[in-house]
Design a protein around this ligand. Structure first.
Ligand code: NAP
Ligand code: F7E
Length: 344
């Protein structure tokens, strides 16, 4: 039985990866931060199958200890301050966790078990102001946020430890991936949650920022499979994981509303744009400047050809299904919330 250590196990990807590795028969260890209220996040439903270790990416001693306890054969470093907008508000914490935190994890591996295979959660945000379309493993980087800059350090230090010490260390350059477990501050979940509330009459409208921004959106369940595949190869390497399709935030809004039978009509431009329910004229989407970023990543489009060829990876959940799964899930959660509120 192989041992695995997952940092960020309570997050979106951590939970899907933990499920996958448990299915494959791994002994799963996960690091968890101490909080005032114990919270297993997205792994609440499988918490009894996981060995939790209290640790923090900014505390190398705790990571060394996590390696000693787990004796991990595979380490998946998914922990991060992952919300781009917050990285302007907390640039130092973002760098401590997302940049220096990677070195901490690599040093812990080097100290305790240098034979372990290591996965680093790199990101399409490193492409930022994109230098070519679509983006591949060879596209030059140009990050546009403190998050993107910190992740670029994590990416290069992973490559550097591979080249300096011969560690089996891979980076997955993953494009946006979402799910029913996505945090509600990210645009996709913010939209599907609001669609469910508006449809069920407990919210009037939603407020969004840049509607023209384009993203290459996949489902997290497909993407964690790619992480595992990367660590099963003979030699470590870096791979782009994406769908090779890109859509605007506006298109995501339209698709999500369409699934509950609401057609959106758009009026105005930029900060004056609104989305209207075509049937009754009600304003259901407003643009608010507050959600615009100091610097934007206008478009992302990834070419996963290398992963498809070398890892045999394929995306199984198409865009339309991603949206319907998220909307259906939020429709049920909101219905439950209404039921509980009415019972009180
Ligand atoms: P997420 O849901 O925000 O999960 C982040 C995880 O990191 C949580 O478990 C969080 O723990 C943990 N964490 C944060 N700070 C920590 C610290 N100082 N020490 C230990 N743990 C800490 O993120 P995700 O969407 O699953 O993404 C997983 C990874 O992939 C992240 O590194 C992200 O940057 C990267 N990535 C994500 C995407 C995407 O589209 N989802 C794309 C490319 C790359 P708490 O529960 O305690 O907060
Ligand atoms: O924004 C625009 C926003 O916050 C997507 C993280 O997982 O993927 C994620 O980063 C786009 C941006 O994700 C709102 O300006 C418009 O252009 O959902 P997001 P992100 O910034 O792309 C990458 C690959 C990661 O690595 C990150 O960890 O949507 N947008 N209106 C909005 N975004 C938000 N959050 N809220 C809005 O109201």
């Amino acid at each position: 039985m192989k041992n695995t250590l997952i940092t960020g196990i309570t997050g979106q990807d951590g939970s899907y990866l933990a499920e996958l590795l448990l299915e494959k028969g791994y002994n799963v260890y996960g690091i968890m931060r101490r909080k005032s209220v114990v919270d297993y996040g997205n792994v609440e439903h499988i918490k009894d199958k996981i060995h939790f270790i209290y640790a923090d990416m900014t505390d190398v001693i705790s990571l060394i200890s996590a390696m000693r306890i787990s004796q991990a054969d595979e380490v998946y470093n998914l922990a991060a301050q992952s919300f781009v907008a917050t990285s302007w508000e907390q640039p130092i914490a973002t760098a401590d966790i997302d940049a220096a935190g990677v070195t901490n994890m690599l040093e812990a591996i080097r100290t305790v078990k240098p034979s372990a295979h290591f996965y680093q959660a790199s990101t399409s945000e490193m492409f930022g102001l994109v230098q070519e379309m679509p983006q591949t493993e060879k596209t030059p980087f140009y990050p546009r946020s403190p998050y993107g800059v910190a992740k670029l350090y994590g990416h290069w230090i992973t490559k550097n430890y591979r080249e300096s010490y011969g560690l089996y260390a891979c980076s997955g350059i993953l494009f946006n991936h979402e799910s029913e477990r996505r945090g509600k501050e990210f645009v996709t979940r913010k939209i599907t949650d609001a669609v469910a509330r508006i449809k069920q009459g407990i919210q009037e409208y939603m407020e969004l920022g840049n509607m023209d921004s384009k993203r290459d959106w996949g489902h997290s369940k497909d993407y964690v499979r790619a992480m595992w595949l990367m660590l099963q190869q003979e030699t470590p390497d870096d791979y782009v994981i994406a769908t090779n399709e890109t859509r605007t935030v506006r298109e995501f809004v339209e698709t999500a509303f369409a699934h509950v039978g609401i057609q959106v009509k758009w009026q105005g431009e930029g900060v004056d744009e609104v989305g209207i329910n075509a049937e009754n004229g009600q304003v259901i989407v407003k643009v608010n400047k507050k959600f615009f970023r100091p610097a934007e990543v206008d478009v992302l489009l990834g070419n996963p050809a290398k992963a498809e060829e070398k890892l045999g990876w394929t995306r199984e959940i198409p865009f339309a299904e991603l949206v319907t799964r998220m909307v259906d899930n939020d429709m049920s959660l909101v219905a439950e919330e209404i039921k509980i509120a009415n019972l009180k």
